[in-house]
Design a binder for this molecule. Structure first.
Ligand code: GDP
Length: 334
């Protein structure tokens, strides 16, 4: 197979040096390599990631989710700006496997996080789109490592899509933040129980103007609702607060909770334990994907499967036996 190479590529060492020196331009270009589906870029990406790996990990990774319109980008703008005033370097990445929107229109457009994107201590990278969740999660995970190696010590990973992406974000972050609104039940907000259960913190956003009283009621309701869930493995008791991203209230309290969480999980060892678990899981997810690809991608298997389907439907072979047959054939072909 011929490996096509793009002309405008740097050498691996140039990417590595640029990222480690904190060059935003090179960081962006390195993320482009990580996101690329070109065979030669994949090889280059592996080399870059391997080299920067010892310099990654020195951050707190915060996952942020909530239904569209809850105010995620407004919150991230306020939160990110606040963090930069505390001398943090903040990177914002997103996961959006479902979106058909063109690249750059989600986080990168001018209307979203305008001020933050002009802040030299913040780095905003739009999601790569139109891919499977596994593909996007890999790319966001590797982009996160690159950002850390480049000196970003707070990583915000936003889910833009609804559904499965929350689990992917939860699987790559240390702290999971759920934004909610007052005045709507969680069913109405499309938030499933499983997502509530993952949350380390729920922030009732838009707690301003006429909404302040309702927000306090919602806060109490969610605080009670969270008590039903078993205590998470981290030993942390999830908290519910309220904030206004437009009025800039309650933003500092979110960071305060993140720091409290970090202190707890550093002390009880959960921080490292969880990160180790996430790395192992990331590897297995990739193995699973590769295995599926290897199996279902084989033309021989495809052929056999269609004839087996026929045999199963006509009850000539039981579904269990059919699966056994094809796996035996597959093992022989290896
Ligand atoms: P996203 O889809 O979750 O990213 O939501 P956006 O950040 O785009 O916000 C959706 C709308 O809610 C926008 O019109 C925002 O101006 C508004 N909004 C966001 N946060 C607040 C807030 O704290 N208070 C009020 N009153 N409006 C807000």
């Amino acid at each position: 197979m011929k490996v096509y190479k793009r002309k405008n590529r740097l050498s691996a060492q140039e990417y590595i040096d640029g990222v480690l020196q904190g060059s935003r331009v090179i960081l962006s270009r390195a993320i482009t390599i990580v996101e690329s589906n070109l065979e030669s870029d994949k090889i280059l990406a592996k080399e870059i990631i391997q080299a920067i790996l010892p310099h990654s990990g020195n951050s707190i990774r915060i996952g942020i989710t909530g239904v569209p319109g809850v105010g995620k980008s407004t919150f991230i703008e306020a939160f990110g700006k606040y963090l930069t005033t505390l001398n943090h370097k903040v990177a914002i990445l997103s996961i959006d496997p479902s979106s058909q929107r063109s690249k750059g229109s989600i986080l990168g457009d001018k209307t979203r996080m305008e001020e933050l994107s002009n802040n030299e201590n913040a780095y905003i990278r739009p999601s790569s789109t139109g891919e499977t969740l596994g593909g996007v999660a890999n790319k966001t995970g590797e982009s996160m490592l690159l950002c850390e190696a480049s000196g970003y010590d707070v990583i915000l990973v936003e889910t833009v899509g609804v559904g499965q992406s929350e689990t992917a974000v939860h699987g790559m972050t240390d702290f999971f933040l759920l934004l909610m609104l007052s005045g709507a039940g969680d069913e109405l907000q499309g938030i499933k129980k499983g997502i509530m259960e993952m949350a380390d913190m729920v922030v009732i956003n838009k707690a301003d103007g006429d909404n302040i009283k309702n927000s306090e009621m919602a806060r109490l309701q969610y605080q009670n609702a969270l008590h039903i869930f078993p205590q998470p493995d981290s030993g942390w008791t999830p908290v519910v607060t309220k904030a206004s991203s437009t009025k800039n209230t309650g933003i500092d309290a979110v960071w305060e909770q993140v720091l409290k969480y970090k202190e707890l999980v550093d002390q009880n060892g959960y921080f490292t334990k969880n990160r180790n678990h996430q790395k192992i899981k990331w590897m297995y997810n990739n193995i699973n994907e590769e295995l599926k690809h290897l199996f279902y991608g084989s033309p021989e298997i495809k052929n056999k499967l269609s004839s087996l389907e026929h045999d199963v439907v006509s009850s000539q072979v039981s579904p269990v036996k059919a699966a056994q047959y094809i796996m035996e054939d597959f093992k022989k072909s290896m």
